[in-house]
Design a protein around this ligand. Structure first.
Ligand SMILES: C=C(O[C@@H]1C=C(C(=O)O)C=C[C@H]1O)C(=O)O
Length: 362
């Protein structure tokens, strides 16, 4: 006990022993997951085995059991990666996202599907929808809303013209950084970033770099790529984009709102069963007549369903026709929601269930 190294080496031995057990259990788990996959059918691909509702349930149990010291989000991340590797034993899920590498969309893909999934960087939100529809990607991940700036209209409008379903939602805390080749604030004369990111950092830019020219480009990762070519150019992007393009960080956490969060949707081609804590997205079009919106909303109150969100867009089907994107609590298999959808169908021009999916995990 007098040797100060003894307690340390004892602790390390204990950690080694725990690691051996963890590793053995992970292997055992992977074997079970493989057996489950065999039960579901031989020779199928990952998308046939993948059960988002079961994964959400597994992760909620992880949160319920968690007693620290690691946070719920950390525990969920670790278990997500274990499930990701278990599922990818067959062949990995292919996930389309708004590229290039290093975007917040890619971070959302990793948060939801883990690192064993195959990420397919695509050129635009439209392309993500197209590649999912064509079957080139199993799922797609698209941004839909930012806590400070509201809805991303391109994404909403894609649901008006495509058959995409919604299979999940992801909430990502967005931390913005300023990156450049030199890493020195005094060198910066021009800043590249996605328009949304410039908006999110407006106050910081006004205070710290009032004279600098700000230029909007197609993505933050593209901004980082451009910053590689000159010493007086900086890019606003996430930490991972800075790493991908080997830039130095001039400043971090430069977003104006401390709770800056972007919500992403997982899009696919099918609907999944209930997970126990779900949200349903509906697309309702109405004709221009008195009380149209009242007729859409009153069935939710009548059947005791909580409305989470409503957003209106021009419907593209005719002048002055409107499409309402409505998110409610519950799964479309619930009797109350079935009844509400039936009632709305009586008065609305059309109603479509975009998807029922597990509420975002931490
Ligand atoms: C093992 C299963 O299949 C897949 C793998 C899971 C896992 O590793 O826990 C969970 C759901 C499925 O995506 C299952 O359905 O239980």
């Amino acid at each position: 006990m007098n040797d100060p190294k003894t307690p340390l080496s004892e602790m390390r031995e204990r950690i080694d022993s725990i690691d051996r057990q963890i590793q053995q259990l992970i292997s055992e788990r992977a074997n079970h997951a493989r057996t489950v996959a065999k039960v579901k059918g031989e020779g199928l691909s990952a998308i046939d085995y993948y059960r988002p509702e079961r994964e959400a349930h597994v992760l909620r149990m992880v949160v319920d059991r968690n007693q620290g010291p690691l946070s719920d989000a950390e525990m969920v991340r670790l278990f997500r990666e274990i499930m990701s590797s278990c599922l990818a034993q067959e062949d990995p899920l292919k996930i389309g996202f708004l590229g290039p590498e290093g975007t917040f969309s890619e971070q959302a893909v990793r948060k939801h599907f883990g690192h064993a999934a195959y990420g397919l960087p695509l050129g635009s939100i439209e392309e993500v929808f197209q590649e999912v529809a064509a079957g080139h990607a199993d799922f797609g991940v698209v941004p839909v809303e930012n806590s400070g700036q509201g809805m991303i209209q391109v994404t909403l409008d894609m649901f008006l013209t495509s058959d995409a379903t919604i299979c999940g939602e992801i909430e990502l805390r967005v931390h913005q950084c300023l990156h450049s080749r030199s890493g020195r604030l005094e060198d910066v004369r021009r800043i590249y970033a996605h328009a949304q990111s410039l908006q999110q950092c407006k106050t910081w830019l006004r205070i710290n770099l009032p004279e600098v020219e700000c230029i909007a480009v197609s993505s933050n990762a593209e901004a980082a790529r451009l910053a590689l070519h000159a010493d007086d150019v900086a890019a606003i992007a996430g930490e991972s984009a800075g790493k991908v393009y080997r830039l130095k960080t001039v400043a971090q956490g430069i977003e104006d709102r401390a709770d800056n969060t972007t919500r992403f949707l997982v899009i696919g081609r099918t609907l999944f069963p209930p997970s126990g804590n779900d949200r349903t997205s509906l697309l309702v079009t109405v004709n221009d007549k008195p009380g149209a919106l009242y007729d859409v909303l009153s069935p939710f109150a009548k059947h005791g369903i909580s409305l989470n969100r409503i957003e209106s867009r021009p419907a593209h089907t005719g002048k002055w026709q409107y499409a309402f994107f409505i998110d409610v609590s519950g799964h479309i298999d619930d009797d109350a929601l079935q009844a509400a959808v039936h009632d709305i169908g009586e008065s609305a021009a059309s109603i479509r269930v975009l998807g029922s999916y597990p509420v975002a995990l931490p």
